[in-house]
Design a protein around this ligand. Structure first.
Ligand code: PGA
Length: 251
């Protein structure tokens, strides 16, 4: 089991209209009241559901986050949303640098770092995503790629509680494939060492979570890994029953 309080984050991506708020209500009711539980449960719905989700989850053990933010607080950036706006809507966290943003929106490590800086400025925790592609994995490049992404995407002044790092191998996202447990452990141990070089004492407080085809039937195995402090769940987080099949492993 993880040493740090586990972070269990749901990434809804571009899924969910108001009808899906009933899933958030069901998760809220299953998790129960109060923020002090054994794990931190965070749902990141699309922007359109943020306000409603925050209102529904006020005072409960479920917190709400965004999936992306712009690096500037406001201005002429049509279609973008700032970290300050997320905070104002009631969010406590934001995912930055998801591989879908890096790949489909051309986000670089420098962009991701600017977004993580923006999150800190607004008082949000940044969940910074890193992960290798299939080709990088097959080419034995995993640690080199993750090392570079950490060095260049993590703001060197981050506080340990102000960020979390999600290891999400691109080839494991939405594919039903996951790395062997020993490989997840190896990457997470490497991430901890790399963060220590960057953040010194603060590195020990940063949650290192795993994402990529986490499901109820592999959640217990992942939860048992000492280097893994929680999960980032995509597809299996959209239905309350399935997501609770993962969350309940930690409660
Ligand atoms: P998945 O997505 O759980 O559907 O594989 C995870 C993610 O992209 O965060």
């Amino acid at each position: 089991m993880a040493r740090l309080r586990p972070l269990l984050a749901a990434n809804w991506k571009m899924n969910g209209t108001r009808a899906a708020l009933s899933e958030i209500v069901a998760i809220r009711d299953a998790v129960g009241p109060g923020r002090g539980g054994r794990a931190e449960v965070l749902i990141c719905p699309p922007f359109t559901l943020l306000h409603a989700a925050c209102d529904l989850c006020a005072g409960s053990g479920v917190q709400i986050g965004g999936q992306d933010c712009h690096e500037q607080p406001s201005g002429p950036f049509t279609g973008d949303t700032s970290a300050e706006m997320l905070k104002d809507a009631g969010a406590v966290a934001v995912i930055v640098g998801h591989s879908e943003r890096r790949r489909l929106h051309g986000e670089t490590d420098a962009t991701v770092r600017a977004k993580a800086d923006a999150a800190a400025r607004a008082g949000l925790m940044a969940i910074i995503c890193v992960g290798e592609t299939r080709a990088e994995h097959d080419g034995g490049e995993t640690l080199r790629v993750i090392g570079r992404q950490i060095d260049e995407s993590v703001p060197p002044k981050s506080s340990g509680l102000g960020i979390a790092l999600a290891y999400e191998p691109v080839w494991a996202i939405g594919t039903g494939l996951t790395p062997a447990s020993a490989d997840i452990e190896e990457v997470h141990a490497f991430m901890r060492r790399r963060l220590a070089a960057l953040l010194s004492g603060e590195a020990d407080k940063v949650r290192l979570i795993y994402g990529g085809s986490v499901k109820p039937d592999n959640a217990a195995e992942i939860a048992a890994l000492p280097e893994v402090d929680g999960v980032l769940v995509g597809g299996a987080s959209l239905k309350a029953e399935e997501f609770m099949g993962i969350v309940s492993v930690y409660l």
